[in-house]
Ligand binder design. Structure first.
Ligand code: PHE
Length: 348
């Protein structure tokens, strides 16, 4: 019996030594050390032995079984270790390699400019109002004193919607004036920035462009207020306190009088020449830039929204933003603003 145990031990140890996978080891464990294995059998057979043999054989069998169990666990550990070594060899990564910096986007130059304008006008008490890009003829034209047969409709080459009656891509931000006055009581101080659309497309015109509308309505609002607000705003926009404004008469159906606002050229400082005496190309040497349409809100427009035109007055202005962005950031082609070429956009 004792020699049987010893030879069992030898068998198990040599089988373990040549086992290559955890599965093989598990099979060996079950086969030799399991409930139906030879050791269990030996233990069951102890009862037929003499007391003396019982003691020695039992002890030897027990000791051997424990030894073999230890060997099995050691083999498991060895195989697992080898597997981890292999993973470490094949699936390693060098955590000291510097990471790739993700490319983080930012707001487009025009969006940033619009944000700046909101802050500049906000400091003067103007709230931001919004209106839809897809407008009705009613708001884009009629309420602004431009009926269907009015020649002023030709001033703006309009995109009409084919399948949606009386609908246009707004040609101006002025309909926001109407929408806001209809929904709010005076006094009013708002600006509204956004996209506008006209069938215009060449080197200096894009069919989609941006405007900033301003509206201030209350008692005793005058052109002097318009002058103060526009001068302040332009000085802050171009970050140049020497900028001056001048008004010329003009015509828009929804204001009376209608005005064109010019400001001194931010490039040459209104001199017409650059410091090196070369002619200023931006203002074509005249020292002034046309910057905004404006005027005193037409009494009829106030009446259209249910305001009392005998008590209230107001000014409105509407300026194109794209050219201002080009001037401020020295962008020499309009198309750069809309092509979304990252080499350009990432510069700002
Ligand atoms: N809406 C006019 C345009 O687009 C500009 C403007 C706005 C003029 C407000 C006067 C007052 O041409």
């Amino acid at each position: 019996m004792q020699s049987k145990i010893k030879s069992l031990k030898k068998d198990v140890l040599s089988a373990l030594a040549s086992a290559k996978t955890e599965e093989e080891v598990r099979d060996l464990e079950i086969k030799y050390l399991g409930r139906k294995g030879p050791f269990s059998e030996i233990m069951r057979g102890l009862k037929d032995l003499s007391d003396d043999e019982k003691r020695t054989v039992g002890k030897l069998a027990n000791m051997t079984k424990i030894e073999l169990e230890t060997a099995v666990h050691a083999k498991f550990a060895e195989l697992e270790g080898a597997m981890m070594d292999q993973i470490a060899d094949t699936e390693w990564m060098d955590i000291t390699v510097p990471g790739k910096k993700p490319r983080v986007g930012h707001r487009h130059l025009i969006s940033k400019f619009i944000d700046d304008l909101e802050i500049i006008f906000g400091r003067m008490g103007f709230q931001v109002a919004e209106g839809p890009d897809l407008e009705t003829e009613h708001y884009n034209f009629n309420q602004l004193n431009i009926p269907a047969d009015h020649p002023a409709r030709d001033m703006q080459d309009t995109f009409w919607l084919k399948n949606l009656k009386d609908s246009v891509l707004r040609t101006q931000t002025s309909p926001v004036q109407i929408r806001y006055m209809e929904a709010n009581e005076p006094p009013i101080r708002i600006v509204s920035m956004g996209k506008t659309f006209r069938k215009d497309s060449d080197a200096t015109h894009s069919p989609m462009f941006h405007q900033c509308e301003g509206l201030m309505v209350g008692e005793n609002i005058s052109i002097a207020n318009l002058k103060a607000v526009m001068t302040q705003a332009l000085q802050q926009i171009f970050e140049d306190a020497s900028i001056k404004t001048r008004f010329r008469t003009s015509y828009f159906p929804f204001v009376e009088p209608g005005l064109e606002i010019d400001c001194t050229c931010p490039i040459c400082g209104g001199v017409g020449k650059l410091p090196d005496k070369t002619p200023c190309r931006l203002c074509k040497q005249c020292g002034w830039l046309e910057i905004s349409g404006a005027g005193m809100v037409h009494p009829q427009v106030l009446e259209n929204v249910g305001y009392d035109s005998k008590k209230l007055t107001g000014f409105a202005f509407g300026m194109g933003l794209d050219r201002m962005v080009m001037i401020k950031y020295r962008v020499n082609h309009l198309r750069l603003l809309f092509e979304n070429d990252l080499r350009f956009i990432a510069q700002f």
